[in-house]
Design a protein around this ligand. Structure first.
Ligand SMILES: [Ca+2]
Length: 381
């Protein structure tokens, strides 16, 4: 079966207007919004995770590990020893800390790799959104020369720039797609074990369906990323480099000018290049952002709390997307941060912090991994 999903590419429209469909813009709240109020009343509300005791049903599917599920505290206060260690905007949409329960599930140990995505494409003939030229019907006002397939690529700036305008380091590049992550002159030869990138949300969903899996909910993703710990700043604890050891692929040097790669990688790293978390998952912080199934709203956590929910059970996210900073863009949740994240700009490799992006837009720092329901595996066996 040939999958072919053509959706409105907000990115192209945004490109024509000046490119405005990317992650990381600080969430903007109306002054009277519940999330704004919650942010101002930040309390340390983390309590321990209570993992389910039930063992996994049967052996793990290939490349997956058992995540027991249970009750945990979700969100981020962004605090180091009680003091703020990031911009308030970084955690504004990750508050308040609230209690969530998720069922147990299987999760891919790593991000989906180029080799894995290649198998899917060979089996189905699937074309990603970045590989399909936009049409005049989709973008009636676009000049024909702009209707060219492509995707969004990070480009270092020649020198230091104010970090208030991400258009300075993101470009829509014709011919950029998962086979050519940085544009036509780049390729993935010898990079079969690198995470696949330039994947839009519908592309990730199509892969997951083919693989008999699905994308994680945001709650499942965060439960898994914390690895059984609670309230820690990072997936592995409160120290960024415990014992001097790099724990995730992030950015060193001056952003967005030069990544000095002190952690061993300037740019993407192969999967499993850094230690796994408490559940045996690799690269849940840094390297590439990962799509979740949920729509994005910055006030979703606050609304759960305001609704009087003591423990949100298997939350699926809001019914629709709304981001006040880009109201016209339909965004899905992204998690984990990427090789571009740095404490100078985006510290969203911190546990519990959130990202978001236009569902139809891939980037060269954005991938995904899948999950599988425990019951689904039992039925198959
Ligand atoms: Ca790095």
């Amino acid at each position: 079966m040939v999958y072919r999903i053509i959706r409105t590419r907000n990115l192209l429209a945004a490109t024509l207007a000046g490119l405005g469909a990317l992650t990381w813009s600080a969430p903007a709240f109306a002054d009277d919004s519940p999330a704004s109020a919650a942010t101002n009343l930040t309390l340390s509300a983390f309590v321990p995770t209570i993992p389910n005791k039930a063992p996994a049903l049967g052996p793990a599917p290939e490349g997956m590990v058992w995540i027991p599920g249970g009750e945990f505290s979700m969100g981020s206060e962004g605090k180091c020893n009680g003091a703020s260690c990031c911009s308030p905007a970084t955690v504004a949409d990750a508050l308040p800390i609230h209690r969530v329960y998720v069922n147990g599930f299987w999760m891919d140990q790593t991000d989906v790799t180029n080799d894995q995505f290649d198998k899917f494409v060979k089996a189905t003939g699937y074309k990603t959104i970045a590989e399909i030229a936009p049409t005049k019907e989709e973008f009636p006002t676009a000049p024909p020369e702009n209707l060219v397939a492509g995707s969004v690529v990070f480009t270092p700036t020649p020198g230091p720039v104010p970090l208030t305008d991400h258009f300075q380091w993101w470009n829509y590049v014709h011919g950029a797609n998962w086979r050519h992550p940085s544009g036509p002159d780049s390729d993935i030869t010898g990079k079969g074990n690198y995470p696949v990138v330039q994947i839009a949300w519908p592309d990730a969903v199509a892969y997951a369906k083919w693989a008999g899996k699905r994308l994680p909910t945001e709650a499942e993703w965060e439960f898994a990323s914390r690895g059984g710990l609670s309230g820690k700043l990072y997936d592995w604890g409160d120290e960024f480099k415990p014992g001097g050891k790099w724990m995730a692929n992030t950015w060193q040097g001056t952003f967005p000018v030069k990544d000095t790669g002190e952690d061993g990688f300037a740019g993407l790293s192969p999967v499993k290049s850094f230690p796994p978390n408490g559940y045996g998952l690799y690269d849940m912080a840094g390297n590439v952002w990962q799509w979740c199934s949920d729509w994005y709203r910055p006030d979703y956590f606050a609304r759960l709390k305001l609704a009087g929910v003591d423990v949100a059970r298997n939350p699926q996210g809001p019914d629709s997307s709304y981001d006040p900073s880009e109201p016209g863009t339909q965004k899905r949740v992204q998690r984990g941060g990427s090789f571009l994240c740095t404490d100078q700009y985006c510290t969203r490799y911190m546990a519990g912090t959130r990202g978001k992006g236009d569902a139809d837009t891939g980037c060269n720092h954005l991938g995904f991994r899948c999950v599988k329901d425990a019951g689904q595996v039992a039925i198959e066996k």
